[in-house]
Design a protein around this ligand. Structure first.
Ligand SMILES: Nc1ncnc2c1ncn2[C@@H]1O[C@H](COP(=O)(O)OP(=O)(O)O)[C@@H](O)[C@H]1O
Ligand SMILES: [Mg+2]
Length: 324
């Protein structure tokens, strides 16, 4: 847990729930931007949040420090809002924590946006229903044969996943050994450095980037280009993807999202959407301050949602928060 400032006075106090490593710029970059705008913040690792039901039947959230870590003591977790910065791959590990927190705190990136983005199938199905162009996508359940997309090889990847993990080619007609839902898509032809990621804060597209795949993936049949897999951001045009990005953000209702788009059918189509996009390298290598745009949106959303229902003071040992 990491805390800035003194958390005193009337400045809004924001909890950033995260699965990034403690002290990572992904968290404190946003925290510092919030601080510049007069808010105070505390970063809480998702694994320290314990949700339980007490004797009186009240749902409670316990926040416990890990004594092994150099964490600063937070005496009062009266938060005005929560920013959820938990990887999509961890969605189901923390979904119930999210729900419980959501009963008490205004959440940035609301439940519905996070729920949709957590699953690639759900994202494609919803976006297609809203008329947004998406890459053809088939839900692949265990035991099912890989579909054929005539003229294309078939990409298979976990429906709940992130960072390029588990993205691979599979032969049409084969039955992959999977024990969780996957999605199948045509392999989009061309180099993956032509793909575009747009960061949208509120309904404002903030930046558009290419990701140049790292050496390990460059030139391979499927070029995974995630920054977590060694990809490097580079500036990309916004014009060809701006309207799609605005439409996606409008329909999802998210606050801070990252939209992956690929060239398709003479234009662009959505591959997937992230509700906790990383900004780190974009900020450092391109000098685009996504953290500051995100912080502005956090404060705008807090203003729109109104105050949190503060609970009782926090127990010294476990920092107990009543949710009633
Ligand atoms: N259908 C596809 N065609 C071409 N490349 C793909 C396709 N699906 C995924 N990729 C590559 O793999 C990367 C990761 O896939 P993505 O669907 O964004 O999942 P995640 O980022 O959640 O792991 C993409 O950024 C892209 O480089
Ligand atoms: Mg992606």
């Amino acid at each position: 847990m990491r805390q800035n400032g003194n958390g005193q006075g009337s400045s809004p106090r924001i909890g950033i729930i995260q699965t990034f490593e403690p002290g990572e710029r992904e968290t404190y970059g946003l925290g510092l931007a919030l601080e510049k705008m007069g808010a105070s913040w505390v970063a809480i690792e998702a694994r320290f949040l314990k949700v339980s039901v007490d004797k009186l039947g009240e749902p409670v959230v316990l926040i416990e420090n890990d004594p092994e870590l150099d964490v600063r003591c937070v005496d009062d977790l009266r938060l005005d809002s929560i920013v959820w910065r938990v990887s999509e791959a961890d969605y189901y590990n923390y979904a119930n924590v999210f729900d419980t927190l959501g009963e008490k705190y205004p959440m940035v990136n609301d439940w519905r946006c996070t729920w949709i983005c957590s699953d690639k199938w759900r994202t494609s199905a919803k976006l297609a229903a809203w008329g947004v162009p998406v890459v053809p996508t088939v839900l692949l359940t265990p035991g099912m044969a890989v579909p054929e997309f005539p003229g294309f090889k078939t990409v298979v990847k976990p429906s709940v996943g992130a960072s390029g993990r588990g993205v691979r080619l599979e032969l049409a007609g084969s039955v992959p050994a999977i024990n969780a839902p996957h999605v199948a898509q045509p392999l989009v032809p061309g180099p993956s450095c032509d793909h575009i990621r747009v960061i949208v804060c509120g309904e404002e597209p903030v930046t558009s980037i290419h990701r140049i795949p790292g050496e390990e993936h460059r030139g391979s049949e499927i070029e995974v280009n995630n920054v977590a897999a060694g990809g490097t951001p580079a500036r990309a045009p916004m014009a060809p993807v701006r309207q799609i990005a605005v439409d996606v953000a409008h329909h999802l209702g998210g606050d801070v999202i990252g939209i992956d788009l690929v060239p398709w059918n003479g234009g662009f189509a959505v591959l997937e959407v992230n509700s906790s996009p990383g900004f780190n390298l974009i900020d450092e290598t391109l000098g685009i301050n996504c953290f500051s745009h995100a912080a502005q949106q956090v404060l705008r959303r807090m203003g729109a949602l109104g105050p949190a229902a503060h609970g009782s003071p926090v127990d010294r040992r476990s920092r107990r928060l009543s949710t009633t």
